[in-house]
Design a protein around this ligand. Structure first.
Ligand code: NAD
Length: 242
């Protein structure tokens, strides 16, 4: 099937994990994909994409990459960094870094891409949020959850403001997904096996999500099949928040 034929998609944080699976899924569905990340070495192993270095904290770089991309039908904001800890464990530095990387980055990307979408009277923006935040209070994810709640707020605001231009904006809210950064967090816990088992145990489906499963939802939200949904949080969490 070629559910994204004729569409051009720009994806941030596409070098690994969920972003990479989305890039691969979009290519398989016939999209022209501009896969971006700061990990340029890892980007080179992606098949069938255009790849660009893009640091989402750098407004000049964003302007340059978006201008060079040409018409963009789909923007997937995938970048996100997990700061661990309760509020008393969190520093102002982590707070500022997390807001910049997880929220302001999406603000910058959306502002860069929207004028073109308005001109062409359509587009789909997909933001990676999380169930952690405004859907569920998760222990030791205070700063992270705050940023993901903000992503949902921005998603809804953009959806409300640009619906008249046929531009849709949705959030994907995953539960726990098996990605390199999750692996890293499990190793950093000091007890890999116990941490992994605990992550699995809290999922009613008794397994972690796979990046390709998140990509399947992103394909739907990027495609015209989802033309009637905007401003929503699409939860995909193995039943965790049910
Ligand atoms: P990851 O953490 O494994 O990869 C993150 C990528 O972001 C890396 O390729 C890294 O190089 C890139 N990156 C870091 N800083 C960057 C910058 N300044 N500019 C551009 N790229 C940069 O990713 P993941 O775990 O697949 O998570 C992807 C998204 O999904 C994130 O927004 C995350 O918060 C969200 N999410 C993940 C999970 C999960 O369990 N993995 C759950 C819920 C939500």
């Amino acid at each position: 099937s070629q559910r994204l034929a004729g569409k051009t998609a720009l994806i941030t944080a596409a070098a690994q994990g969920i972003g990479r699976a989305i890039a691969e899924g979009f290519v398989a569905e016939g999209a022209t994909v501009i896969a971006t990340d700061i990990a340029t070495q890892q980007l080179t192993t992606l098949q069938g994409c255009r790849t660009e270095r893009l640091d989402v904290t750098n407004a000049d770089e964003i302007r340059r990459v978006v201008a060079a991309a040409g018409d963009i039908d789909v923007l997937v904001n995938c970048v996100g960094y997990v700061a661990s800890g309760a509020i008393l464990d969190s520093s102002e530095e982590e707070w500022a870094l997390s807001l910049d990387l997880n929220v302001t980055s999406m603000f910058r990307m959306i502002r860069a891409v929207l004028p073109g979408m308005i001109q062409r009277k359509g587009g789909s923006i997909v933001n990676l949020a999380s169930v952690a935040g405004s859907i569920k209070g998760v222990p030791n994810r205070c700063v992270y959850g705050t940023t993901k709640a903000a992503v949902i707020g921005m998603t809804k605001a953009v959806a409300a403001d640009y619906v008249g231009h046929s531009i849709r904006c949705n959030a994907i809210c995953p539960g726990t997904v098996d990605t390199p950064s999750l692996e890293q967090r499990m190793r950093a816990s000091g007890n890999y096996e116990a941490t992994r088992a605990a992550f699995i145990e809290r999922q009613p489906l008794k397994r972690l999500g796979q990046p390709a499963e998140i990509a399947a939802l992103a394909i739907y939200l990027a495609s015209d099949e989802s033309a009637f949904t905007t401003g929503q949080c699409h939860i995909i969490d193995g039943g965790w928040t049910n």
